[in-house]
Design a protein around this ligand. Structure first.
Ligand code: NIG
Ligand code: FE
Length: 421
């Protein structure tokens, strides 16, 4: 079969294999193929091989010479707060003089400040800012991502955020998984009515389901935000409606959010800086993925999640940027990968699995995404890094030169091609 596109002479192609999560030490099982080529037809990989791609070429085939470059699957950033209004640089001086993140939130700043700004920003302005972020992510090699609402905390604004996510998904070639995070904080107008607010979230989920605006539901389960009982109520209702559950768990304090996530079969439990040993054991025996967000620890000057203990216990680990205006104001997912090396002590191979096949699994797209294999969607990055270890060791710069999504060349020489939109 001849291909629409062939990428040949790849110095080394790195990829995990399969459509299941890699757990524990098997996260290091990454294939490395020297002098590789990939052949693409109708947006899918039809062959992966070495040296001579001639059998797949015809005069109509687009041939891309990747000499001197390494390749790996399109990166998957599985936890972002992509759409929001305003910015929070004025809280930065409070933060660096030592005011805790949760104190800023309790005084009506932090998430609640972004909620006010998002309520006051129209659809077009939200779309414009989020599209700039999305283009930056794409230039850093992200070809699929998850994006949450959660800066509306009322139906109208949550829907506005989810509609922006949907419009971006329709407009750009990247695949975006939408998550309703109505339980991100208790809004100021509901301070005296926690129960009533949660009743609203559950009612609103029914409307969001009907409008088909989100695939997952997430809750910020944390001391001072939503406790385990409240989180259980929201997640159980979400499951009944057919949403995929996720939990922001054990970020600052260990209140049992991760254990609850395992019990309720959450697709992912995210953050886990304060997870207990008992919950690590539960997680390792489950299908729930531990989604670690080291750039948040970096920016909040907090402890890092114990990735080594999670991996040694046999858990499946993924990593994500947590891009948001307060605790992680950077779209650079490669920096997250590099932090996973220097701070989480993960190996380059484990990091690649944590940024590709494992997030693909918990986003429910592992049959088509997360590895470079025949029959999967042709999402691929090329990098001028010498090898995978170099990619992790050189930090905070963009090492991805080219990105292909569904077989289309969308980033060239580190810039998104204009026709990509
Ligand atoms: O995942 N932890 C809760 N939510 C976000 C922070 C959002 C914000 O500060 O605006 C997070 O880090
Ligand atoms: Fe988050």
């Amino acid at each position: 079969m001849t291909a629409d596109c062939v990428i040949e002479h790849i110095k080394t192609l790195y990829t995990p294999v399969g459509n299941q999560p890699l757990k524990g030490v098997s996260m290091g099982d990454v294939k490395a193929i020297d002098d590789a080529f990939v052949a693409i037809k109708n947006g899918m990989f039809i062959a992966i091989g070495t040296k001579d791609a001639a059998p797949y070429k015809s005069p109509e085939t687009d041939v891309f010479d990747a000499s001197g470059k390494i390749a790996f699957p399109g990166l998957i950033d599985s936890h972002t707060h992509l759409v929001y209004g305003g910015s929070r640089e004025d809280e930065f001086s409070q933060k660096i003089t030592g005011k805790p993140y949760m104190d800023i939130l309790e005084e009506g700043g932090g998430i609640l400040r972004t909620v006010r700004q998002t309520r006051d920003t129209g659809f077009d302005a939200l779309y414009e800012t989020a599209s700039q972020s999305l283009e930056r992510m794409l230039e850093f090699g992200v070809t699929a991502l998850e994006a949450k609402s959660g800066y509306g905390l009322n139906l109208e604004t949550e829907i506005k955020q989810l509609e922006v996510i949907k419009a971006l998904n329709d407009q750009y070639p990247v695949d975006i998984h939408a998550t309703y995070l109505g339980a991100h904080a208790l809004p100021e107008e509901s301070k005296r009515d926690r129960r009533g607010f949660i009743d609203h979230i559950i009612d609103d989920m029914k409307i969001i389901k009907k409008k088909n605006l989100a695939e997952s539901v997430d809750v910020f389960c944390e001391k001072g935000v939503f406790d385990v009982t409240e989180t259980r109520r929201i997640i159980e209702a979400a499951k009944q409606l057919g949403f995929v559950p996720r939990i922001h768990a054990d970020e600052m304090t260990s209140i049992g959010g991760a254990g609850l996530g395992v019990e309720l079969e959450a697709a992912s439990v995210d953050h886990l800086m304060a997870i207990s040993d008992d919950d690590i054991r539960l997680l390792a025996k489950s299908n729930t993925v531990a989604n670690l967000l080291p750039a948040t620890s970096f920016y909040l000057n907090k402890a890092y999640a114990d990735a080594r203990k999670l991996i040694q216990s046999g858990a499946a680990v993924s990593i994500a940027s947590d891009y948001n205006p307060g605790s992680t104001p950077s779209e650079n997912f490669q920096f997250t990968m590099q932090l996973a090396g220097i701070k989480l002590k993960m190996t380059p191979e484990e990091i690649l699995s944590a940024a590709t096949i494992n997030p693909a699994y918990h986003l429910g797209i592992a049959d088509t995404h997360g590895s470079i294999e025949e029959g999967k969607q042709a999402d691929l990055c090329l990098s001028d890094a010498k090898n995978l270890a170099y990619m992790i060791q050189r930090y905070a710069i963009n090492l991805v030169t080219d990105v292909f999504v569904k077989g289309k060349h969308v980033v060239h020489e580190r810039h998104m091609k204009e026709e990509t939109k």
